[in-house]
Design a protein. Structure first.
Length: 432
């Protein structure tokens, strides 16, 4: 437990204890010469009387010279003053008129009457003890040694805690270098106060490693996707340079145009996926009537021969969101459903709790196997469904998944009542 004392706490405690020790020693020094008010007046009456007897027989002009000689025999200040130079309480003035010693209000100065116009001032008395007088008494040395023991202990604890803290920081630096190379490396044994930090660092290392792995996979996938159309284009260009047949050259040129369009589509999809790598900072939230907006999305779908149906409950279902981001999500969900549906695609929406809505996109296609329901949201993953060769680049659902996350929603796939796949989108009714 001692090693858990923070260095600044030990320093503050040690400083406070030292201040308290010196204060107590000062009180002891003052208390050693303290006496009661009445006893003190009686004590000072003797010196006052003796000094007054020596000065009364002298001329006024010689009194200061004699006072200089007498002052060397007193440890506290002694001098001559007039009643006009000082302020005394009424009871003190009365005592002086009766030739009795009197004290000031602070009880640290005593006055003895010399004559009607002159007083002998003794003091201030308290706090005038000199160090050389105090160190002659062993009790003060003992007191100082005993009082300094906690100070020495606290300083030792503080130094030990500081060394431990430096060792912990060195271990953390070493751990950071290790986690950068191996996120699964064993964490060093340290105090409980460092455990949350170490776990967070390890989690960040896992996230960075996973992100690097995803980037590597995406780069490999893009390279693979580029290789096929580029190979076809190189082959077509070779044949185009050798062929003199107009029909063959026309067919090869059409093939080149198709490959160029495929490359452009891949580039557009890759750029769109890259743009969603970070959370958008310019989301434009606006009220959206779900039924009217989905009808507009249906109208944008061209060249398909599937039956589309829409059901919203209630009919005026509305949410506040970013229209462009929602368009990206729903367009990819509808395109996926239309691609794999045999004849029918159904879209339905309803409240999901008090603060969310659920949008279901169902198709009557082959569906998605349970073991592949997480894979279909990974970039450049294309799964064959029902024996059909996969199409596209495998970025549509990955884009929808990432855009859903930036919209604080959830996207999942399950079995559809129509027999195919059901893509379920959970969105907040209001921005979180």
């Amino acid at each position: 437990m001692l090693t858990k004392v923070r260095p600044w706490m030990a320093v503050m405690a040690g400083t406070s204890w030292a201040a308290l020790t010196f204060y107590l020693l000062w009180l002891c020094a003052n208390a050693s010469v303290f006496v009661g008010d009445y006893s003190f007046l009686r004590l000072m009456a003797g010196p006052g009387y003796l000094v007054a007897e020596q000065l009364k027989v002298l001329p006024v002009e010689q009194r200061d010279t004699v006072m200089e000689t007498l002052r060397t025999h007193f440890q506290y200040p002694v001098k001559l003053v007039t009643p006009d130079d000082i302020e005394l309480p009424p009871e003190a003035l009365t005592m002086l008129k009766h030739q009795q010693p009197a004290q000031n209000s602070d009880e640290d100065i005593t006055y003895f009457p010399l004559d009607d116009r002159t007083l002998i001032q003794f003091g201030p008395m308290w706090g005038t003890a000199e160090v050389k007088d105090l160190v002659q008494f062993p009790v003060y040395w003992v007191t100082a040694c005993v009082a300094s023991l906690p100070l020495v202990l606290l300083l030792w604890i503080g130094a030990r805690a500081l060394r431990q803290r430096r060792a912990d920081l060195t271990a953390i630096n070493t751990c950071l270098a290790t986690l950068a190379r191996a996120p699964n490396a064993m964490l060093p044994a340290m105090g409980k106060e460092w455990t949350p930090l170490l776990l967070t660092l390890q989690q960040h290392a896992h996230d960075i490693s996973a992100m690097n792995e995803r980037h590597r996979e995406v780069s490999q996938a893009v390279s693979h996707e580029l290789r096929t159309p580029l190979a076809r284009m190189r082959f077509a260009l070779t044949l185009l340079g050798k062929s003199e047949d107009p029909l063959t050259r026309t067919r090869l040129q059409e093939r080149l145009h198709i490959d160029v369009e495929e490359l452009e589509a891949l580039v557009r999809a890759s750029l769109a996926f890259a743009r969603l790598a970070g959370a958008p900072s310019d989301l434009q939230h606006e009220p959206i009537n779900l039924r009217d907006w989905l009808h507009q999305e249906f109208a944008l779908l061209d060249g398909h021969h599937r039956r589309l149906s829409l059901d919203t409950e209630p009919a005026h279902l509305e949410l506040i969101g970013d229209r462009a981001l929602l368009h990206l999500i729903v367009r990819n969900l509808l395109s996926n459903a239309i691609t794999y549906a045999r004849d029918q695609v159904s879209v339905s929406a309803a409240y999901h709790g008090e603060r969310h809505l659920a949008l279901h996109v169902d198709d009557d296609g082959p569906g998605v196997l349970a073991e592949n329901r997480e894979k279909i949201f990974e970039p450049f993953v294309r799964l064959a469904m029902g024996g059909d060769a996969p199409g596209g680049f495998g970025l549509g659902l990955a884009l929808a998944k990432r855009a859903t996350q930036w919209h604080s929603g959830e996207l999942s796939v399950s079995r559809s009542p129509l027999g195919g796949a059901r893509l379920t989108l959970i969105l907040p009714l209001r921005p979180l």
